[in-house]
Design a protein around this ligand. Structure first.
Ligand SMILES: Cc1cc2nc3c(=O)[nH]c(=O)nc-3n(C[C@H](O)[C@H](O)[C@H](O)COP(=O)(O)O)c2cc1C
Length: 225
């Protein structure tokens, strides 16, 4: 069993989501000592932001594989015929986004440390999510609608946020962090999605400690299989 552990907080050792994601992974290892672990710290080593150059490299690669059709295929064919080529840095950035996608595809369980920044997720985490949105690999559009292809995976989100946004809170409508992650992973077919949450982190040291303790206690009930 392969576990992919992602962190994205910019707060280093002080980070609550890092403590929580580490607690989740430690618990999974405890229940399944043989699992293989891959760790990616998106704050230390960000994946590239999507860009016109990366998109061109990606479309060129799809064109060369015969996986494009219609107007886009004709547009890329014309650009290549006119002498345009993805440059070396775009090729290398595109390759990096593919490595992130391949790590996700190979994992059985994905643990994501996800802080709330300005009501959403950190831009580094969004850039990683952008790597996963891959037609033909994580989802397909067809006449029948969208089909998610990542249904066999389990995703555990270690969520941390300064305020309180859970169901009964008057601020619930401002949550674009957990709600975005839920939308994205549901879109690509993940049904086994768990949120382990520490919230109210900025409401004082006691609330911070009790939110972290109860989230870690919840993490301690998880099992890898
Ligand atoms: C750049 C930044 C933006 C933040 N924006 C919000 C916010 O919109 N709402 C909120 O409740 N807390 C916000 N916070 C507080 C964090 O969600 C809280 O400190 C949480 O513990 C962050 O996770 P971390 O400790 O893993 O970094 C923000 C913190 C930072 C550093």
């Amino acid at each position: 069993m392969q576990v992919l552990h992602i962190d994205s907080s910019i707060s280093g050792a002080q980070s609550v989501s890092r403590q929580l994601s580490a607690g989740v992974v430690a618990r999974l290892k405890e229940t399944s000592p043989g699992l293989e672990l891959i760790y990616r710290d998106l704050a230390a080593v960000p994946v590239p932001q999507q860009s016109p150059a990366i998109l061109f490299a990606k479309l060129t690669s799809l064109h060369e594989m015969g996986a494009l059709s219609g107007e886009i295929d004709a547009m890329i064919a014309a650009a290549l015929q006119g002498g345009a080529r993805p440059d070396a840095s775009a090729q290398s950035e595109f390759a990096t986004t593919n490595v992130a996608l391949d790590e996700f595809l190979a994992a059985d369980i994905i643990v994501v440390g996800a802080p709330m920044y300005n009501f959403g997720i950190p831009s580094q985490l969004k850039a990683w999510i952008d790597c996963l949105a891959a037609p033909g690999k994580t989802f397909n559009y067809s006449a029948a609608g969208v089909e998610g292809l990542a249904g066999a995976k389990r995703v555990i989100i270690a969520s941390a946020r300064g305020g309180i946004y859970s169901a009964a809170s008057p601020m619930a409508f401002m949550d674009h962090q957990e709600s975005f992650l839920k939308s994205f992973f549901t879109f690509i077919g993940v049904t086994d999605l768990t949120f382990v949450r520490a919230e109210g982190i900025n409401l004082g040291p006691e609330q911070k400690q009790s939110a972290l303790d109860s989230a870690l206690a919840e993490a301690a009930t998880l099992k890898a299989a």
